[in-house]
Unconditional design. Structure first.
Length: 200
């Protein structure tokens, strides 16, 4: 008597793109005319920039350049977080100058930042959760969400490991600042940035 052997087939799983694959797709023109970023192996479409978002980003850039005259303030440029993530935050302050990050052998971007800011309207929930957890896991100590919906600044600090959080990390400190209030970046305690100056 012959027994039929049932073949066990694993469930299909999504493919997680690496940074190298992501760059190769870009070289082939896959993202021409699109704004995308790589988050945990997923290629994520970025929301179109409406006028308030664009103006708030420009205003925040001006304030950061005043607060960090000796550092590199990057606007919508990549940060490299390991093999599967390359977010493009609206603003990030990294140590040093632009030429410090030139590499000819392979794509290379800063792997950390002194401060990361997302200007947020339609992506508010995403920026507060998945993006926040990604930045916490990368060790970003100072993460701000400029909330255009409620006209406030949400400040997240103290990244901590938490097995119950998405990606295993979160921020332990969270506070909301309103118009009329000011905040000093952790990396520049002598600088005071007014929330009003960041909002359109």
């Amino acid at each position: 008597m012959t027994l039929a052997v049932e073949k066990i087939v694993e469930s299909p799983t999504p493919h997680r793109f690496t940074r190298e694959e992501y760059y190769r797709l870009g070289e082939f023109g896959m993202f021409d005319g699109q704004r995308v970023e790589l988050i945990e192996g997923e290629i994520v479409d970025m929301a179109p920039q409406m006028s308030p978002h664009a103006i708030a980003t420009a205003l925040t850039l001006q304030e950061l350049q005043k607060a960090f005259p000796d550092d590199f303030v990057r606007m919508q440029l990549p940060l490299s977080f390991g093999k599967h993530s390359e977010p493009e935050p609206d603003l990030a302050v990294v140590p040093g100058k632009p030429r410090d990050y030139i590499r000819t052998d392979h794509p290379h971007h800063p792997q950390t930042a002194l401060l990361v800011i997302e200007v947020s309207e339609s992506t508010l929930r995403y920026d507060r959760t998945r993006k926040a957890n990604l930045y916490a896991r990368a060790g970003i100590k100072d993460y701000w969400v400029l909330n255009l919906v409620k006209k406030c600044l949400e400040v997240m600090r103290e990244p901590v490991e938490d097995k119950g959080a998405e990606l295993g990390w979160r921020y332990a400190s969270y506070k909301t600042l309103r118009t009329g209030e000011s905040i000093s970046p952790l990396a520049k305690p002598q600088a005071a940035i007014a929330v009003t100056d960041l909002l359109p």
